[in-house]
Design a protein around this ligand. Structure first.
Ligand code: ATP
Ligand code: MG
Length: 432
C-alpha cells in the first residue's frame, strides 16, 4: 500500500529546521514584549462570511485561495487565510475594542490554495501585530518600529526595504475605481480575460497584472494619488516625517495596493531581493473601516503580518542564526556498564538543576563505550560526562570523567558530586 504523504504545499518542520523557527519566534516575542503588545489567540477555523466581508469578495484570496467547506451542521467554514479578520472578530466579540486602545500580536498557521513554490506555500505561518483605537500616524510609526526592531535584532535590516503608499479612503478608491474602469474600457482590446473581468469588479487589481501587454496598456492610466483626500494626504506626510525622524528609511511605491480590501490610507510592504520572486516579507497598513464593516462600532486600527517561512529562508541563507541557537544539546551523560543507570539518571538531573539553561541528554538503551561516545559526538554536545563501570562491583561509582568533545579530547576526573559545578565552570556559565 502506498504511504500517505503530506498535502502539497503543506510543510513538515523537522527538528533541524524547528531550531531556526524557535530562534525567530523567540526574537519576535521579545520585540513585541518590549513594545508592550499582548498576545491574542483565536481559532484557525471561522465562518467563511468573516473572510468574505473583510478581505473582500472580489480578491484573489476569497475568489480562489480559501479552503472552505460545509461542516456536519451545514455551516460554511474556512481555514483562515490571514489573521486580521479573526483578530478583529475575537477582540470585538469580547469587548476589547469599543472606547479602548489595544496593542495585540498573534502568530500561527494560515491557509491559501496558491501554487506552491519557494517562499509560497498552502499552509504558511505569520506573526502579526494589530493596534486599535488610535488615529495615527504615531501608532503607524510605532507598528513599523516593531518590524524595524525585529529586523535589527535578526541582523536583517540591511536586506529589507520599506515600501509605502497612500491608498486614501474607501470613498476615494470608489471614485478612482470608476475613473480607472472608464480608462480600461477605452483600452479593452489590449487587455487579457482576467483584466477584462477585473475591470468591472475590482479595477485596481488590474494594476497588479503580471502580463506585460496589460502593463503596457496601463500607460497613462489615472493615478490613485490624484484621487486621495486632503486629510489622508496630511496623515501620510506626517507619517513620512515621523519615520524619517525615527531613522526608518522608506521608498514610495505608488503601485502598491495590497490584495486585501480592508486597507485605507497608508499601506506598506517590507521587501527583500534576497529571496527571488517571493520578496515580500511583511505587509500591512491602516484598516479604520474593518471593525464597523464586521458589525462592531467604528474603531481606528492598523497592523501588519510577517511571513515566517520567508524570514526563516532569509535567516538560513544569510547564515544569520547564531551557532548556539542551532545547537540545543550541551552535555551528553554516558551510562556504561552494569548498575550505572540509577547514578546516570541522578547525575544528569543534578546537572539540569545546577545549569538550567543547558540541554542535557542522559544516555538510554545501554551499549558499549565507543557507541555511546559516538552518540555524544553526534548529538553536538560540547562535553561528555562519562559514567563508566568496567569491573563488576556492587558499590556506587565515586567518580566520573568530563571529556571535552573536540580534538583535544581533554579529560578530567572528579567526584560525582562535584561534576555539575565543574561542568558549569568549563562551559563558563553561572551555576544556580
Ligand atoms: P504575496 O504578494 O507574496 O502574495 P501577500 O500580499 O499575499 O504576499 P499578505 O497577505 O500581505 O501577503 O501576507 C503577509 C505576508 O505573509 C507576506 O508578505 C508574505 O511574507 C507572507 N505570505 C503570504 N502568502 C504566503 C504564502 N502563500 N506562503 C508563504 N508566505 C506567505
Ligand atoms: Mg498573495
Amino acid at each position: 500500500m502506498a504511504k500517505l504523504q503530506a498535502i502539497r504545499g503543506m510543510n513538515d518542520i523537522l527538528p533541524e529546521n524547528s531550531l531556526s523557527w524557535q530562534y525567530l519566534e523567540a526574537a519576535f516575542q521579545r520585540v513585541v514584549r518590549r513594545f508592550g503588545y499582548q498576545e491574542i489567540r483565536f481559532p484557525i477555523l471561522e465562518q467563511t462570511q468573516l473572510f468574505k466581508r473583510s478581505i473582500g469578495e472580489v480578491t484573489d484570496i476569497v475568489e480562489k485561495e480559501m479552503y472552505s467547506f460545509d461542516d456536519r451542521n451545514g455551516d460554511n467554514l474556512s481555514l483562515r487565510p490571514e489573521g486580521t479578520a479573526g483578530c478583529v472578530r475575537a477582540a470585538d466579540q469580547h469587548g476589547l475594542l469599543y472606547n479602548q486602545q489595544q496593542r495585540l500580536w498573534y502568530q500561527g498557521p494560515m491557509f491559501r490554495h496558491e501554487r506552491p513554490q519557494k517562499g509560497r506555500y498552502r499552509q504558511f505561518h505569520q506573526f502579526g501585530v494589530e493596534a486599535f483605537g488610535m488615529p495615527g500616524p504615531d501608532i503607524d510609526v510605532e507598528v513599523l518600529q516593531v518590524a524595524a526592531t525585529l529586523w535589527a535584532e535578526l541582523g536583517l535590516a540591511e536586506y529589507l526595504q520599506l515600501e509605502l503608499n497612500n491608498i486614501g479612503s474607501a470613498e476615494d478608491r470608489k471614485i478612482y475605481g470608476a475613473a480607472l474602469t472608464e480608462f480600461l474600457q477605452s483600452r479593452e482590446d489590449q487587455l487579457d480575460d482576467d483584466a477584462r473581468n477585473r475591470m468591472h469588479t475590482n479595477p485596481m487589481r488590474v494594476l497588479d497584472s503580471k502580463n506585460p501587454d496589460v502593463q503596457a496598456a496601463l500607460a497613462g492610466a489615472p493615478e490613485l494619488d490624484e484621487f486621495v483626500n486632503e486629510e489622508s494626504k496630511e496623515h501620510y506626510a506626517e507619517l513620512q516625517a515621523l519615520l524619517s525622524a525615527s531613522g526608518i528609511s522608506f521608498i514610495e511605491n505608488p503601485r502598491l495596493v495590497r490584495g486585501l480590501d480592508y486597507y485605507n490610507n497608508c499601506v506598506y510592504e517590507w521587501t527583500t531581493d534576497t529571496l527571488g520572486a517571493q520578496g515580500a516579507v511583511c505587509g500591512g497598513g491602516r484598516y479604520d473601516g474593518l471593525v464597523a464593516q464586521l458589525g462592531g462600532r467604528q474603531t481606528l486600527a492598523c497592523g501588519f503580518a510577517i511571513g515566517i517561512e520567508r524570514l526563516v529562508l532569509m535567516l538560513d541563507s544569510l547564515e544569520k542564526i547564531p551557532a548556539a541557537a542551532l545547537q540545543p544539546i550541551d552535555i551528553y551523560v554516558t551510562c556504561i556498564g552494569d548498575r550505572v543507570t540509577k547514578q546516570t539518571l541522578a547525575l544528569a538531573q543534578a546537572i539540569r538543576t545546577t545549569c538550567p539553561d543547558l540541554g542535557v541528554i542522559s544516555h538510554c538503551g545501554g551499549g558499549k563505550f565507543n557507541g555511546q561516545l559516538k552518540r555524544a559526538f553526534n548529538s553536538g554536545a560540547k562535553l561528555a560526562v562519562i559514567l563508566e563501570r568496567d569491573g563488576d562491583s556492587a558499590t556506587d561509582l565515586q567518580t566520573a570523567r568530563i571529556r571535552v568533545l573536540d580534538d583535544s579530547a581533554a579529560t578530567e576526573t572528579h567526584e560525582i558530586s562535584a561534576i555539575p559545578a565543574k561542568v558549569a565552570e568549563i562551559l563558563e556559565i553561572s551555576a544556580s
